[in-house]
Design a binder for this molecule. Structure first.
Ligand code: SF4
Ligand code: SF4
Length: 430
C-alpha cells in the first residue's frame, strides 16, 4: 500500500479559472482519502497502474494546467457529456475534448437549488459543479456541447447556458434511414461549428489523422478489456473502471501508449499466473448507466464482497470503445459517412427500439466469462431503468443470474446494496 499518495493542489491555477477556491480546497483531501481506501488498499495491483494513479494525483493540477495552456495557445477546449459528440472532429481542429459528466454527491446540493431534485444524479452533479464553480474541468473549458439523448440532459442545457456557452447536437431517437440522415447533417453542422470556433479547417488529412488516433485509442482499450477477461483476472474491476474514466480526460496518444504498456504487463502476468483474484472467484459483469468519476461505489461494494468485475457494458466502458471508424473513406463526405456509421452503432437506451443493446450485453457476458450480471442504473434514468426489464427477461431466458440495482451517489444505500450484492454472490456460489 502506497502511504504517500496525495491529490495535488494548485490554488493559484484555480483562482485563474475563477473557481470557489476556498470551497474546492476540501475536495483534494477527500479524494485522496477515497482513492487510498478504494484503490491503494488493493493487493498485487499491476505496477503500470502507477501512471493512472498519477493521473488522479494530477487531476486538479497537472492535467488542468495542460488544458489551460492549450487554451492560451488558442486551441478550443470543449466539454462534452456524451460519447455521441464526435471527438475526432474536435481533434481535427487541434481542440481538446474533455468529458464533464459528474459522478459526485458533493455538487448535487448546488444543483438542487436551481434544477429539480428528482432527476438523474449525473445531470445534477455536473450542473452543480458549474454553478458552484467547484470543478476545474468545467472552469477550463471554452464551451460545452450537450445532446438530446434524455430529457434530463436536453432540458437542462437550456439552464446551463446561463453559466457556460452551451450548444446542443440533436441525437436521433430511432435508427431508420431518415434518422441516419439527420445525424449526418448534425455531424456536418458540428464540423462547421468547430471550424468557426477554432479558425481551423477540418481538412481530409487532419480528419484522417484524428480518426486513426482515436481508433488507436479505442483499439488499445479493446486489447486491455480482452486481457482482463482472462480467468483468473489479471486486473481488478476497480482499476479497469478507473482507466475507463481517465480515458475521458487524458491526452489520447499518451493514454493509448500507457494502456499498451499496461497490456504488456498483463500479458506477462497471465504467463506467470500472477492474478488479482484466485481461480474460482465469482466473476460479475456490470451493465447500465455510465459511472463518471469519482463514482466507484458499486465497484467497491462488489469487489469487497468477494467477487471480481470482469466487464462494464456502459459508456464509461465498452460502449465507448467497442466500435472503430472504417478507414476506407478518402473524400470528406465518405469519411463523415464512416464516422456517423460508427457513432450510430452506440446502443444508448435513448433509442427505441434498442434490441441491439440486449444482444450486445449477452455477447459481452459470454466473452467476459462472467457468472452473473449486475445491471446498475442511476436513479431517475427512465430509459436505462425501463430497459432493465428487457434485460432481465433476456437473462432469465439464457439462465444468467441477474441483479438490478437503482442507485445514486449518496452513501445512504451502501448498507442495503452490500446486503443485496452479498446475497447475489452467495446465490451464484451455491
Ligand atoms: S448513456 Fe447515452 S446519453 Fe449517456 S453517455 Fe452514453 S450514449 Fe450518451
Ligand atoms: S444516466 Fe440516464 S438520465 Fe442520467 S444523463 Fe444518462 S441517459 Fe440521462
Amino acid at each position: 500500500m502506497e502511504a504517500q499518495f496525495q491529490v495535488k493542489t494548485d490554488p493559484e491555477l484555480w483562482a485563474k479559472l475563477d473557481m470557489d477556491v476556498e470551497r474546492f480546497s476540501n475536495v483534494p483531501p477527500s479524494l485522496t482519502g477515497a482513492f487510498t481506501e478504494i484503490f491503494l488498499s488493493q493487493e498485487n495491483r499491476p505496477e503500470r497502474m502507477a501512471y493512472f494513479d498519477d493521473m488522479v494525483r494530477n487531476i486538479f493540477t497537472g492535467r488542468i494546467q495542460e488544458m489551460y495552456d492549450a487554451r492560451q495557445e488558442g486551441r478550443p477546449v470543449v466539454g462534452t457529456f456524451c460519447v455521441f459528440v464526435p471527438e475526432e472532429i474536435i481533434d481535427a481542429v487541434n481542440g481538446v475534448c474533455v468529458g464533464l459528466c459528474g459522478g459526485s454527491q458533493f455538487s448535487i446540493p448546488d444543483a438542487e437549488q436551481i434544477i429539480p431534485r428528482n432527476i438523474c444524479p449525473m445531470v445534477k452533479s455536473a450542473f452543480g459543479f458549474k454553478v458552484g464553480r467547484i470543478c476545474p474541468f468545467f472552469q477550463v473549458v471554452d464551451f460545452v456541447y450537450g445532446e438530446t439523448t434524455c430529457d434530463a440532459k436536453k432540458k437542462n442545457w437550456e439552464l446551463l447556458d446561463d453559466y457556460v456557452p452551451t450548444y446542443v447536437m440533436e441525437i436521433p431517437q430511432m435508427k431508420r434511414e431518415r434518422d441516419k440522415k439527420l445525424w449526418i447533417e448534425e455531424v456536418q453542422d458540428f464540423k462547421v461549428a468547430m471550424e468557426e470556433k477554432s479558425g481551423k479547417e477540418v481538412t481530409e488529412t487532419r480528419l484522417k489523422a484524428s480518426i486513426e488516433k482515436l481508433n488507436a485509442k479505442r483499439k488499445a482499450m479493446q486489447r486491455l478489456n480482452d486481457l482482463r477477461h482472462h480467468d483468473p483476472s489479471p486486473i481488478s474491476g476497480r482499476d479497469m473502471l478507473l482507466i475507463q474514466q481517465i480515458a475521458f480526460y487524458d491526452i489520447p496518444e499518451r493514454f493509448t501508449g500507457k494502456v499498451h504498456e499496461l497490456c504488456e504487463e498483463l500479458e506477462a502476468r497471465i504467463k506467470t499466473e500472477n492474478y488479482v483474484a484466485p481461480k474460482g472467484t465469482t466473476r460479475l459483469m456490470i451493465s447500465g448507466t455510465p459511472m463518471a468519476l469519482p463514482n466507484w461505489k458499486v465497484h467497491n461494494i462488489i469487489e469487497t464482497s468477494g467477487a471480481v468485475i470482469v466487464n462494464e457494458e456502459s459508456c464509461i466502458g465498452t460502449r465507448y470503445y467497442k466500435d472503430t471508424i472504417a478507414t476506407d473513406g478518402t473524400s470528406m463526405d465518405q469519411m463523415l459517412e464512416r464516422l456517423t456509421e460508427r457513432y450510430m452503432k452506440i446502443d444508448c437506451s435513448c433509442f427505441t427500439p434498442n434490441d441491439d443493446r440486449i444482444d450486445q450485453v449477452l455477447k459481452e457476458y459470454r466473452e467476459s466469462g462472467a457468472h452473473g450480471l449486475v445491471d446498475c442504473c442511476l436513479q431517475f434514468c427512465h430509459t436505462y431503468n425501463s430497459e432493465a426489464v428487457k434485460l432481465r427477461r433476456a437473462c432469465e431466458k439464457e439462465g444468467i443470474p441477474f441483479l438490478s440495482i437503482e442507485t445514486d451517489y449518496s452513501p445512504e444505500d451502501v448498507g442495503q446494496l452490500q446486503t443485496r450484492i452479498e446475497a447475489f454472490v452467495e446465490q451464484i456460489e451455491d
